[in-house]
Write a protein that binds this ligand. Sequence first.
Ligand SMILES: [Zn+2]
Ligand SMILES: [Zn+2]
Length: 433
Amino acid sequence: MKHKFLVVLLALLSAFCVAFGLSACGEKSDETGNNPPVTDPSGGEQGNQGEGGTQKPDEGEQGGTQKPDEGEQGGTQEPDDGEQGETPAPHVHSFGEWKVTKESTCKETGTKERSCTCGEKETEILPLAGHDFENMTCKICGIQASLGLEYTLINGDKEYAVSDLGDCTDTDLIITNNYEGKPVTAIGDRAFDECKELTSVTIGSGVTSIGRRAFYECSRMTSINIPDSVTSIGDYAFAGCRGLTSITIPDSVTSIGRGAFSRCSGMTSIIIPDSVTSIGDRAFEYCRGLTSITIPDSVTSIGSEAFSGCSGLTSINIPDSVTEIGDYAFSVCIGLTSVTIPDSVTEIGDYAFEWCNRLTSITIPDSVTSIGEGAFYRCDALKEIHFENPIGWKVARNEDMSDAKAVSGLDDAATAAEYLTKTYCGYYWEREG
Ligand SMILES: [Zn+2]
Ligand SMILES: [Zn+2]
């Protein structure tokens, strides 16, 4: 039915063209210049056009869509022009704010919803909420909080931090969010460091900070939740938690402290939320089990040794928000076979990629004006370094570049690799920005 109609329409149109001498009707792709010849190979045989001559056969009937049948429309660049403009522009949803339609509890997930002016709705599931304790018993599910822990008053004695394991003998720790009528808002520094018997920890909702070395070397712990009230994770908070295989960092967290997850060698994946703007020094060093990591484009700097020794990583995608790659940031990532340095990066730190001995090729974008000493030391497989801007580079032994000399020939990728990995490997490299 459709096709018959189309054929009739085309026949009428061609008759119209002939009658009024519109000779350009079928060949204006030559004139407009914006119609690649490939779109109109069948310009002469209009009878077939509806079937085979265009990529999107349906559009022949509607006129005015993005890929019009060039042959019939008389050469307008904007297909909506003229008498065929009855097709409305495609609607792009514009969603409002999310609204919680059902609060989650410790037993049931909740939902949130947002809607477009057109009536289209999107729904997402909210994760389980933490327990809500009263007298150490959850009001909703009845679970008991661990007893015997030590608490310390903080913030003008208005809140508590859980500060030590105390007399508690639980191996599956459940931390209350309410102690003696006051909210528990922090896990104190070293609260559970080297508690080797702990196997799981449930942190109550309402905790906003996890202190320095809070769970340091809890090597048997296989599971822990970080509630979405937490904004900061302290230095070495989870360092040496080798039993953790994955951890979800909620999008309330803005800073990941120095060494926060260092030596979490059992961890195979981690998702860094896009609330995080900086990845601290040593944050993920020696997380040998990590095979992939997603760095969100909120991150602007990758700290020193941040991923050093992550030997399981095979590729890494640095987002184009990052301007600085710290010293030793990816050193000894011996599994790394590909890395993309985005053109936002201006500085590559000292020894940033040393011992990445499976890298074979890398591109230094135009934005990079400084490369630290030894950045590609012992990258023995690296035989091609493509400088997007090979001109104006200087190398120096002294960091202040006082003994700088010019280096040329970097337009050749093999030469550039030889220079950066061997000849001038231990030099500081700079280019006038
Ligand atoms: Zn809409
Ligand atoms: Zn509960």
